[in-house]
Write a protein that binds this ligand. Structure first.
Ligand SMILES: [Ca+2]
Ligand SMILES: [Ca+2]
Ligand SMILES: [Ca+2]
Ligand SMILES: [Ca+2]
Length: 249
């Protein structure tokens, strides 16, 4: 018995590394995605070239931005195969499993983890850093959790003479609706990042109830604040926290 067990252990010690090396580039179902990547990254079936059975193989789907987990013309960013609140594209970006609602098995859904700043692929309380990037040259605002970009929106920053100052800041005040006595306008979804009065907010409203049109987005017309459109402003406001880093370039 002990002799046989020893032989068995010796077999595994010798055989396993050889099997592992041979498997690195193996593509059992010949769909163009290696077994290793199907298992570890894409979580598709390494024994079935068309995991979701819709007539398009896994490689074709992934390379054209379609979901290999749901049959039909489902784009990765519009599909949430496991219904956990995180789309398939972001699941792959966070190294999470698009087919499992709780990738790291810690009891919290992947979508909730990302919304609250946690890493969906690592159990525990380690948080990922929230960052907002304001690109005054291209009039765009991006926001990231860790290294993953969650969104990109057109903005309007300060016009010539009242430019939005470049620098590294952080969110220091949140206010659903703030009055600017200097510019005489309301700033909905106000996120202040500099004590001098610079912040991010929705397209402003004047006292007579009129609201600035979205046609100014993409053009620097403000007094130095960063204006966002209806929809993106509320989204960013709800996501950002006091202390979220803000980088203006
Ligand atoms: Ca394969
Ligand atoms: Ca398919
Ligand atoms: Ca999902
Ligand atoms: Ca989890």
């Amino acid at each position: 018995m002990w002799f046989r067990l020893t032989i068995l252990i010796a077999f595994f010690l010798i055989a396993r590394p050889i099997v592992a090396n041979a498997a690195i580039n193996m593509d059992t179902d010949s769909d163009g995605v290696t077994d290793k990547d199907e298992i570890n990254i894409y979580r598709t079936n390494p024994d079935n070239p068309d995991t979701d059975g819709d007539g398009y193989n896994d490689w074709e789907e992934l390379n054209h931005g379609y979901s290999p987990y749901t049959a039909g013309e489902a784009k990765l960013e519009n599909n949430d195969a496991d219904h956990d609140g995180l789309n398939d594209k972001l699941e792959l970006a966070f190294h999470a499993d698009p087919t499992s609602p709780d990738t790291d098995g810690d009891g919290f859904f992947d979508g909730d983890e990302v919304n609250n700043g946690y890493d969906p692929a690592k159990p525990g309380k380690a948080k990922l850093e929230k960052k907002i990037f304001i690109d005054t040259k291209n009039q765009l605002l991006a926001y990231n959790l860790g290294e993953v970009r969650l969104g990109l929106f057109p903005i309007s920053t300060g016009k010539r003479g009242t430019e939005t100052p470049a620098g590294q800041y952080q969110v220091i005040e949140k206010n659903l609706r703030r009055w600017s006595s200097l510019a005489k306008l309301w700033m909905p979804y106000w996120l202040m990042f500099d004590r001098r009065g610079f912040g991010v907010h929705e397209l402003p409203e004047w006292n007579d109830g009129t609201k600035e049109g979205a046609d100014h987005l993409g053009i620097p017309v403000s007094h130095g604040c960063v204006r966002l459109g209806v929809g993106p402003a509320a989204k960013l406001y709800n996501w950002a926290e006091i202390g979220t880093k803000v980088f203006v370039n």
